[in-house]
Design a protein around this ligand. Structure first.
Ligand SMILES: Nc1nc2c(ncn2[C@@H]2O[C@H](COP(=O)(O)OP(=O)(O)O)[C@@H](O)[C@H]2O)c(=O)[nH]1
Ligand SMILES: [Mg+2]
Ligand SMILES: [Zn+2]
Length: 363
């Protein structure tokens, strides 16, 4: 009875308040005569937004995985402007968003939650536009091969420095264990020892190995569980093979799409997060081999090389660049082999880029 009274009380207001809302619902018009309909109407109109994770970005469409496990193709509503970033994609994979589903089964993204971190790539041209590669990353795996193909330590160090700038922990994954000769293996172990001493965990694998093999990707699974991991590395080191071994059902999709989009700087609007069977995601972003450009002051660069930074505290000058200054503790440490020459050379090569202002180069 009280319900009916309530219903009747609002009756005169229906055409003005409730009816316009009603038009946006999926309910048949016959429902209009049913007393509780406006609760449904208000529910569907006011509350039907859902939170989700952006797992794929293909140009203007984003695939959002909602908390109840659905995937919904979504578009951005309105014009997002994010804290001074002029980006070609205001939303990126890894973003948590709020979406409003519509009757076509797609949705509008209406809100982006604050990011824990994100990595951007600047446009190759001189515009100030940048592309957000991914957001809310927990860690990065850099796949390297000491041979077949050879990954240079400069490449590794540049990647690590970029990851330090973004405060993203990195694990070095040494792949193609099966192909290495005794000498190559000894070299690999020396390199692993170097990076582990600095503080970067290293794992040796063979992406092509059977699951029972001691060097199979099984040993990566505990490290990937429940985390969002960015996978990087030079072309040919075995990233696709690794992904296919970790995600037997993702097959080809990853390999083929990645490679097709791997060709140029302009085809970067495509990126994807692959859900791991044990929880967590792999970010398979084509063409990303490093963190690219990040603006640093000369003195800041030191802090992206952990062991160099440690010794730099004893340099005579606080703004020491460790190149020519008297009383430089870093150069002394290099001479005494406390700092690896390869690391110091990588530092110098990045410093040189800075001098020549060619920090805009691709990865
Ligand atoms: N022997 C051997 N070959 C591998 C291994 N991992 C990948 N490969 C091969 O290396 C080549 C490049 O691998 P791919 O996954 O396409 O590299 P990507 O460019 O990093 O994606 C392919 O022919 C793979 O079969 C490995 O652990 N051992
Ligand atoms: Mg590949
Ligand atoms: Zn110094």
């Amino acid at each position: 009875m009280p319900f009916t009274v309530c219903h009747l009380t609002f009756l005169p207001l229906y055409p003005f308040i409730v009816l316009p809302f009603y038009l946006f619902t999926f309910l048949p018009f016959s429902f209009l005569s049913s007393p509780p309909f406006y609760f449904f109407t208000f529910y569907s109109f006011t509350f039907k937004t859902v939170r989700g994770l952006v797992i794929k970005n293909t140009g203007s469409w984003y695939t959002v995985k909602t908390e109840d496990g659905q995937t919904i193709d979504s578009k951005i509503k309105g014009n997002f402007r994010l804290r001074g970033i002029r980006s070609t994609n205001p939303v990126a994979v890894g973003d948590y968003v709020v979406i409003t589903p519509n009757r076509e089964g797609t949705a509008f993204i209406t809100e982006i939650e604050d990011r824990r971190n994100y990595i951007i790539r600047k446009s190759p041209n001189l515009s100030k536009q940048s592309h957000i590669i991914a957001a809310n990353i927990d860690q990065a795996f850099l796949v390297v091969t000491v041979n077949y193909p050879e990954t240079s330590t400069v490449f590794v160090d540049r990647f690590l420095a970029g990851a330090e700038a973004y405060r993203i922990p990195v694990t070095l994954v040494f792949n193609k264990h099966d192909l290495l000769s005794g000498d190559e293996l000894r070299y690999q172990h020396a390199v692993m020892n170097l990076y582990e001493t600095i503080g970067y965990p290293c794992v040796e694998v063979q992406a092509s190995a059977a699951p029972a093999d001691a060097f199979s990707v099984e040993k990566l699974k505990p490290l990937l569980n429940g985390r969002v991991t960015l996978l990087s590395g030079n072309s040919g080191v075995g990233k696709s093979t690794l992904i296919n071994a970790l995600l037997p059902h993702a097959n080809l999709r990853t390999a083929d799409i990645s490679d097709a989009h791997n060709t140029g700087m302009h085809t970067t609007t495509f990126s994807e997060m692959l859900e791991l069977p044990g929880g967590g995601y792999l970010i398979d972003t084509p063409g990303i081999k490093g963190f690219g450009t990040f603006d640093v002051e000369r003195e800041e660069l030191t802090s992206y090389f952990r062991e160099i930074f440690k010794f730099s505290k004893d340099c005579r000058f606080s703004n020491c660049t460790h190149t020519h200054e008297p009383g430089c503790a870093v150069r002394k440490a290099v001479e005494e082999h406390y700092i690896a020459e390869s690391r110091y050379n990588s530092y110098l090569s990045m410093l040189e880029d800075k001098d020549e202002n060619k920090y805009r180069e691709a990865f």
